[in-house]
Design a protein around this ligand. Structure first.
Ligand code: ADP
Ligand code: ZN
Ligand code: ZN
Length: 737
C-alpha cells in the first residue's frame, strides 16, 4: 500500500497551530504529494466548512490517522500568492505572534477567503473599437465625460473598471460610448499593451530632488528615508523613481496612510502615467478589491497604491516599494493581526532585494534613529519645491486671556485680516462634535459614558450625546440627572462649535467643516476639497483629516486652537505624535506662492517641547524626545511588546496577566535582557464595559523578546483562565491606550 499522505493547513482560527487533514477522497496520493504550498483547500471543521491554505504535504502527522478527516476539495491550480509573499506572511505571523491561519487570511482579499475561484473573476476591460479609433478629434465636444473617456483610452489603450473609477468616469459615459459602438469590453491583455510610460511631462527636479533620485538605486535592497517638509517635492521624487522602475519592466507598490489616499493623490499618479494604476483602499467593495489584487498579481497593473493591507499585494515583477508619510499611525493594525505595514515593507524589500523609500516631513523616531545609526540612507529635501516659502510660526499664550469660543482676540483679528485680503484660513481642532462634554452649572455633574471611563461628546447635528469610544448614544438631557437643575452647559470646544462660532464672526465667507461626521457621505470629502480649491475666501475648520494629504493652495493662515493635549499624556508616544501632527497641520499654510503664517494657541507656551518644536524645528524636537526615550529605556532603544487582557470582570484580566508574568519569569528566570512592568490598567481602564489591563515587556535584545513571546503565547493558549479573558500580544505597540 502507498504511504499515507497528510495535508498541513493554516485555518482561520485563533489557535496557534497547523491543522492536519487526509487528502480528499478519490485523489491519487502521488498526485497529492506534488500539491504546492499556497493553494487553498476546503475542509470540514467543527460542523462547518473552512477555506484553508496548504502549508505542506508530508508523510507524517502527529495526530492519529483515525482522528483525521479528509479534506473536501482543492480550490486552486497554482498558489494564490507568489512564494515570496507567503513567506512574508509566515514570517509576520511569527514576528507579531499572530496565529498563522489568522495572519494568512488577513492578507487575502475577502472573496478569496470565502473560496471564490481566482480565474472566474478576470474582469473585462474597455478599449476603443475600430470606429472609436477613427473618430475625428473633438467629435464628442458636447459630451464632456464621454470625450474624457475617449481621450483616456487613446493614451492608455485599455482601462479596467477600477481605473475608470480612479479617473472618475461615470458609468453613464461608459454606457453611452458602448451604445455608440465606440468602445467595447474585452478580456484584458496579460500585460499592459500600451508602450507609453508617461502621459504628462515630469517636472524638472531641483538639485536636492535630483540628488535624492540619484541615490535611490534600482535593483537592490536599500532603505532610504526621504525627509522633506510638506511641499518639498517628495511626491515628485516618488513619481520619477517609479517611472524608472516601470521603464525597467517592474512594478511599484506605494503605501499611503488611510487618510492620505485622497482623490488628489490618486489623480496625481493617474495623470502622470500611461500605465495601469490600481488603488486598494477601504472604499472598494469585495469584487473591486479582488479585481485590483488580481491585476497586481498578473502584472497588468504596473503601479499599486494602497493603504496598510496593500503591503500584502502580490506582484508579478516587484521593483520598488514606497511608504509615504511613513510616520503615520494607520500603518500599524490595532487588532487581530497587529502588523506594521511600514516595518513589513522593510522586510519585504529586503527579501525581494529591491529599494524601499520611506518618505515623511516628520519621520517616526524609530525611522530617524535607524537613519542616524546608518541602517537607512538619509535623503533630505530642505526647501519647498517650486519656490514656496516655509510659514512663519507664532505661539499665542492663552493664559489670562478672555477667549471667544476658544479663540484669542489676536487669533480672531488675524483670521479677519486674511479674509479681508481674500485668502483662506484653516482652523485645526482635533475634536469632532460640538463640545467634549456636558456639564451641570449647579452641581458639576458631567455627562459620563455608563460603559467607559470617558465623557460623552455633545453633538448638535443631530442633537445627542455620543461616546466616541464605544458608540453609546443617548438624547441630550433637559435637566441635570443629579440635581435636576436646567443649567446644563456644553463644556469645551469641538469642531461643530468652532464652526458655529466662526459662522457668526465671519458671516461674509463660507465656513467649511471637515471631520468624520461631515464627510460620511461617499465623495463628501472630495467635494469639499474641490470647493475649497476653487480659491474663494473661506474658513476651513476640522480635525486631523485636514492635516494630511491635501494641498490647499490658497490657505495663508493656520490657527491651531489647542495644542496641549499631547503634552501630558501617559503614553510615551504622545509627544512624538503631537509634534508630528502640529507640523503636518502647520505645513498646510502657504503651500503655493502666497506666504503662510501659523498661530499656535496654548496654555503652555513655555513647555520645552513646544518651544523646541516651534523655534528649533522637528529635528531638535526629535533629539529631545529621543533622549527622553533613551533615559526611560523605551523604543527605539529597547524592544517592546504588550500583553493585553480585557474582561468584563477586572479581576480575571489582572489575574491572567499576573499568571503570564509568573510564567515569563519562570521561562527566562536569569535573563537580564528582559524586564516587565505591570499588570497595569490601560489608559482607559474601562471601555465598552470591559476592563483592560496590560503587561509591558521590555527587552534589550529582539531575539530574546521573540523567543519569550513565542513560548509564552503557547503556554497561555492552554491556560484555562485565558479562555475567560480576551488577550492579545502586541509587538512594537504604537498605541498604548
Ligand atoms: P510633498 O510630497 O513633499 O508634499 P510635492 O511633490 O507634492 O511635495 O510638491 C509640492 C508642490 O511643488 C507640488 O505642487 C509640486 O507640483 C511642486 N513641485 C515639486 N517638485 C517641483 C519641481 N522640481 N519644480 C517645480 N515644482 C515642483
Ligand atoms: Zn446638577
Ligand atoms: Zn462609551
Amino acid at each position: 500500500m502507498a504511504e499515507p499522505v497528510y495535508l498541513h493547513l493554516a485555518l482561520p482560527t485563533p489557535l496557534r497551530r497547523r491543522f492536519d487533514y487526509l487528502a480528499p477522497e478519490g485523489t491519487d496520493p502521488d498526485d497529492v504529494r506534488r500539491w504546492p504550498p499556497g493553494i487553498r483547500i476546503r475542509v470540514p471543521f467543527r460542523g462547518q466548512q473552512l477555506v484553508g491554505i496548504l502549508l505542506e504535504v508530508s508523510n507524517y502527522s502527529q495526530v492519529a490517522p483515525a482522528q483525521l478527516r479528509p479534506a473536501l476539495e482543492r480550490l486552486d491550480e497554482s498558489p494564490v500568492w507568489p512564494e515570496e509573499l507567503m513567506q512574508l506572511c509566515l514570517w509576520a505571523a511569527d514576528y507579531y505572534q499572530c496565529p498563522i491561519g489568522e495572519a494568512l487570511h488577513t492578507a487575502l482579499p475577502a472573496l478569496l477567503r470565502q473560496g471564490e475561484a481566482t480565474d472566474s473573476v478576470v474582469e473585462p476591460v474597455w478599449q476603443l473599437t475600430t470606429e472609436g479609433k477613427g473618430l475625428p478629434e473633438g467629435a464628442l465636444k458636447r459630451a464632456r465625460r464621454q470625450a474624457e473617456l475617449l481621450a483616456a483610452l487613446q493614451t492608455r489603450a485599455q482601462l479596467s473598471r477600477a481605473e475608470l473609477t480612479l479617473l472618475d468616469i461615470p458609468r453613464s459615459a461608459i454606457k453611452a460610448l458602448e451604445d455608440k459602438h465606440l468602445i467595447e469590453k474585452v478580456q484584458p491583455a496579460q500585460k499592459a499593451i500600451t508602450t507609453d510610460l508617461l502621459s504628462e511631462q515630469p517636472l524638472t527636479l531641483n538639485p536636492e530632488q535630483a540628488e535624492a533620485l540619484r541615490q535611490i538605486h534600482p535593483g537592490r535592497f536599500q532603505v532610504s528615508l526621504l525627509d522633506g517638509a510638506t511641499g518639498s517635492g517628495k511626491t515628485e521624487v516618488y513619481l520619477q523613481a517609479i517611472a524608472r522602475t516601470l521603464a525597467e519592466g517592474r512594478q511599484a507598490l506605494v503605501l499611503v496612510p488611510e487618510i492620505g489616499l485622497t482623490p488628489q493623490t490618486l489623480s496625481r499618479f493617474q495623470r502622470r502615467f500611461a500605465q495601469p494604476v490600481v488603488a486598494l483602499h477601504s472604499g472598494l467593495n469585495d469584487r473591486e478589491r479582488l479585481d485590483a489584487w488580481l491585476q497586481a498579481r498578473s502584472g497588468r497593473a504596473r503601479i499599486v497604491i494602497g493603504t496598510r493591507s496593500a503591503i500584502f499585494t502580490p506582484l508579478a515583477d516587484p521593483g520598488m516599494i514606497i511608504v509615504d508619510e511613513e510616520h503615520d499611525g494607520s500603518f500599524k493594525q490595532q487588532d487581530g493581526f497587529r502588523y506594521s505595514a511600514r516595518d513589513l515593507a522593510v522586510v519585504r524589500a529586503h527579501r525581494l532585494n529591491i529599494p524601499l523609500v520611506l518618505g515623511s516631513a516628520t519621520p517616526a523616531l524609530e525611522t530617524l534613529h535607524n537613519a542616524r545609526q546608518g541602517r537607512y540612507q538619509y535623503l533630505r529635501l530642505s526647501q519647498r519645491a517650486g519656490g514656496a516659502r516655509p510659514p512663519t510660526v507664532e505661539l499665542q499664550d492663552l493664559r489670562n486671556q478672555t477667549l471667544h469660543e476658544g479663540f484669542s482676540r489676536d487669533s480672531l483679528a488675524a483670521i479677519a485680516a486674511q479674509i479681508d485680503m481674500g485668502n483662506q484660513v484653516l482652523v485645526f481642532l482635533n475634536r469632532r462634535g460640538f463640545a467634549p462634554t456636558l456639564e451641570c452649572h449647579q452641581c458639576g455633574w458631567l455627562a459620563e459614558c455608563p460603559h467607559c471611563d470617558a465623557r460623552m461628546t455633545v453633538h448638535q447635528h443631530p442633537r445627542h450625546l455620543h461616546c466616541h469610544h464605544c458608540g453609546h448614544q443617548r438624547p441630550l438631557p433637559r435637566t441635570c440627572p443629579s440635581c435636576h437643575s436646567s443649567q446644563l452647559e456644553p463644556l469645551g470646544q469641538g469642531t461643530e462649535r468652532s464652526e458655529a462660532a466662526l459662522r457668526q464672526s465671519f458671516p461674509q465667507v463660507p465656513v467649511v467643516r471637515v471631520d468624520r461626521d461631515s464627510t460620511r457621505r461617499k465623495n463628501a470629502l472630495r467635494d469639499l476639497v474641490a470647493e475649497v480649491n476653487k480659491g474663494e475666501p473661506c474658513i476651513l475648520v476640522g480635525t486631523q483629516m485636514l492635516a494630511k494629504g491635501h494641498h490647499f493652495a490658497d490657505v495663508t493662515l493656520v490657527v491651531i486652537v489647542d495644542a496641549d493635549a499631547g503634552l501630558f499624556s501617559t503614553d510615551f508616544r504622545a509627544p512624538e505624535r503631537m509634534g508630528q501632527l502640529l507640523l503636518q497641520v502647520a505645513g498646510r499654510a502657504g503651500r503655493a506662492e502666497k506666504p503662510g503664517r501659523v498661530i499656535l494657541q496654548s496654555h503652555h507656551i513655555d513647555h520645552p517641547l513646544v518651544q523646541t518644536l516651534m523655534y528649533s524645528g522637528y529635528h531638535a524636537f526629535a533629539d529631545t524626545v529621543l533622549q527622553e526615550r533613551q533615559q526611560g529605556r523605551l523604543p527605539p532603544f529597547r524592544h517592546m511588546a504588550l500583553l493585553r487582557a480585557e474582561s468584563s470582570r477586572p479581576e480575571n484580566a489582572v489575574e491572567f496577566l499576573r499568571l503570564a508574568l509568573a510564567r515569563a519569569e519562570r521561562l527566562h528566570a536569569s535573563d537580564s535582557q528582559l524586564s516587565y512592568l505591570g499588570p497595569l490598567p490601560a489608559m482607559m481602564e474601562k471601555r465598552g464595559n470591559r476592563f483592560r489591563y496590560q503587561l509591558h515587556i521590555n527587552s534589550a535584545s529582539r531575539g530574546h523578546l521573540q523567543k519569550l513571546l513565542t513560548q509564552l503565547a503557547l503556554e497561555l493558549e492552554s491556560e484555562a483562565l485565558g479562555k475567560r479573558v480576551r488577550w492579545a500580544i502586541d509587538v512594537d505597540p504604537q498605541d498604548m491606550s
